[in-house]
Design a protein around this ligand. Sequence first.
Ligand SMILES: CC(C)(COP(=O)(O)OP(=O)(O)OC[C@H]1O[C@@H](n2cnc3c(N)ncnc32)[C@H](O)[C@@H]1OP(=O)(O)O)[C@@H](O)C(=O)NCCC(=O)NCCS
Length: 208
Amino acid sequence: MGGGPVSAYYRSVLRPAYPIYTARLTLRPWTADDFDDLYAVQSHPDVPRYLYWSVRDAAEVREDLKIKSTLSAISEVGDTLSLAVVYREAERVVGSVSLHWLSREDGGGEVGYVFHPDFGGRGLATEAASAVLRLAFTAPIDGGLGLHRVIGRIDARNTASARVLERLGMRREAHFVENEYVKGEWTDEVVYAILRREWAARRAQPRI
Ligand SMILES: CC(C)(COP(=O)(O)OP(=O)(O)OC[C@H]1O[C@@H](n2cnc3c(N)ncnc32)[C@H](O)[C@@H]1OP(=O)(O)O)[C@@H](O)C(=O)NCCC(=O)NCCS
């Protein structure tokens, strides 16, 4: 597909000014000090149930943290931004959010999030992912990546994650039947998406 009328935007890079504050959260790059909190998330048996990876041991978490610590900016298509999510009330990292730059020509990106179950049910994942959508869609001149469309891909059984994407205003666009073989079984994949103009229209709505 050719570049659209706003393709000039996609020459940009994303280097957010940290920390990023939301009502209850602080989003910032990962550091080596986050090992204990990341280990608590990635070693929890419930967390990777619908993810590509399995419960991680200390060495695997250390390796992942090393990689995550390098992912604080997006410069090229294919890059991923990964941020630690600090729940200020608990004074600890309770999860991670990510933005993957999928396509320059199509202005496409993908949002991701993984949270500790002890901090579920409070809207924290939705709040953090909402900040990621802001980074994705805000024009480069205002510090964002200026994307056209952001997707979320989930295992069809991951209903909690589907609700997060729906709360973000994303549309359920596709249900692929047994299109992936993950951890020894065929799985269905569901794809959600939101366009920048839809995201902007939601932000313009008065809150009641
Ligand atoms: C997916 C995941 C982040 C969802 O967690 P979650 O706690 O349901 O999501 P949130 O933090 O946004 O919380 C939303 C829930 O809190 C409730 N809530 C309470 N206070 C809230 C508030 N102030 N604002 C919004 N929601 C609030 C919501 O009603 C919602 O509950 P419901 O879905 O039962 O209606 C979590 O299950 C997870 O990390 N799983 C493992 C990793 C994973 O699968 N990631 C997704 C990969 S695609």
